[in-house]
Design a protein around this ligand. Structure first.
Ligand SMILES: [Zn+2]
Length: 94
């Protein structure tokens, strides 16, 4: 199974945290998206680091320059974050 031993270092934590907003925003390609998702499933520090509240604020700031986010956008973002969290929990149960 292990030919190079580099399978897991392909996506490192800094990379994930940098791209997390793109990921949440849905701007990322499927391949990259999958990499982030997999990393978050396996890396607890990243999950903690990626604070939901911060991600939400950053996204809102990027998506519109006003201080309050439109309700629809909020809902969309929260749904996405929930999906990530739920998926992670399910995967980790095993
Ligand atoms: Zn990590």
């Amino acid at each position: 199974m292990s030919c190079g031993g580099h399978d897991n270092s392909e996506t490192d934590c800094d990379d994930v945290l940098l791209k997390i907003y793109e990921y949440l925003d849905g701007e990322m390609g499927e391949v990259d998206c999958e990499k982030i998702r997999q990393h978050l499933e396996e890396c607890q520090p990243c999950l903690k680091e990626y604070d939901v509240d911060q991600a939400l604020k950053a996204l809102v700031r990027r998506s519109c320059r006003c201080e309050t986010a439109p309700e629809a956008l909020r809902t969309q973002i929260m749904a996405r974050i929930t999906t990530v969290t739920v998926t992670t929990r399910v995967e980790r149960t095993e």
